[in-house]
Design a protein around this ligand. Structure first.
Ligand SMILES: Nc1ncnc2c1ncn2[C@@H]1O[C@H](COP(=O)(O)OP(=O)(O)OP(=O)(O)O)[C@@H](O)[C@H]1O
Ligand SMILES: [Mg+2]
Length: 311
């Protein structure tokens, strides 16, 4: 069952290159997000991810199209929708004179439904810090606090805008665990990210967004299956065999040599390895190392746009 329905959603901003003209930062996008699903919007800087989220959240005016969240038409009920959603912004500021417990109590007072602040702090592993001020928290702790504040009204849908950008790997893993824990409670989560690994790990489905449009939408597995049909085989051998010999193997698309390693781009890993071993036997050579690198969402983006996600 879709909990969010988006039809032709569009936002225009003044075009900085053409005074008096506008450009579409979000260009007639349509998609549904199902109840209980963790849905990712993946795309490079400026793709329109934050603008999309803000319109769904009722925080930014919708120029064209419609958004419905839990049966509420956001276009006409920006305030009502706030009761059923939780929003973690890309950046947050907190009052300096309140401690974490007081902050969450204050935020809870804005809503009809509220969760006990101590329970929330426990959930995000900040209960030891309940008497501390937000400004004294580490980057990872601040992100966990902002997730706690997004949960004060026990929302049906939680929006996370690049929750792990700028965090070190440990803090990032910690946050992933928290997001997965929230997911198991049945909440719908909408998350934006530029991190492929994050999208692949957390999301049930992903919309790939580029230049204001959704260019692909599916499960991470299907996206890779459909748009990144190749894998990489990296190997080295104890004998110098000309590159041309590998290139001639069936299923090999490309080959390059990096230091003493060969890198084969292949469509069928099993077939390529079989042929490689056969060639070795024929040449009297032996593999000294062999590694298979499967395709990732990074390859999906590259194949869809011809560009790397982070350029
Ligand atoms: N308030 C605004 N006024 C004018 N232009 C804006 C405004 N906010 C965003 N834009 C422009 O709209 C486009 C989409 O921006 P948006 O912030 O939605 O991208 P994003 O995908 O969230 O990027 P990032 O990954 O950097 O957060 C960009 O070209 C941006 O410069
Ligand atoms: Mg953004």
């Amino acid at each position: 069952m879709p909990i969010i329905e988006i039809k032709n959603l569009t936002k225009y901003y003044p075009d900085p290159n053409n005074p008096g003209k506008k450009f579409a930062a979000v260009d007639h996008i349509s998609l549904n997000i199902n109840e209980g699903e963790t849905f990712g919007i993946l795309g490079p800087n400026g793709a329109g991810k934050t603008t999309t989220l803000e319109m769904i959240e009722g925080m930014r005016e919708i120029d064209d199209g419609t958004v419905t969240v839990a049966g509420i038409l956001v276009n006409k009920n920006e305030m009502a929708v706030k009761q059923v959603i939780g929003v973690q912004l890309q950046k947050s500021e907190y009052f300096d004179y309140l401690n974490l417990c007081e902050l969450l109590t204050l935020f809870g007072d804005f809503y009809h439904r509220k969760v006990d602040p101590a329970e929330l702090l426990k959930e995000v592993q900040l209960i030891d810090k309940r008497k501390a001020r937000a400004k004294g928290l580490s980057g990872g702790q601040k992100q966990r606090l902002s997730i706690a504040s997004a949960l004060v009204n026990d929302p049906k849908v939680l929006f996370l805008d690049e929750p792990t950008t700028g965090l070190d790997p440990q803090a990032r893993h910690n946050l992933w665990d928290l997001i997965r824990k929230i997911k198991t409670k049945g909440k719908t989560i909408v998350i934006t990210t530029h991190y492929m690994e994050e999208a692949e790990l957390l999301c049930d489905r992903i919309a790939v967004m580029d230049r204001a449009k959704i260019i692909a939408l599916d499960t991470p597995k299907n996206l890779i299956k459909q748009y990144a049909k190749t894998a990489k085989i990296i190997f080295s051998m104890d004998k110098d065999i000309p590159m041309e010999n590998f290139k001639a193997l069936s299923g090999v698309l490309e080959i390059q040599k990096i230091n003493s390693n060969f890198e084969l781009q292949v469509t069928n890993v099993e077939e390529a390895i079989y042929n490689l071993v056969e060639l070795d036997k024929k040449e009297g050579a032996h593999l000294t190392s062999l590694q298979v690198v499967k395709a990732t969402l990074e390859d999906v983006f590259l194949n869809l746009t011809g560009r790397a996600l982070r350029e």
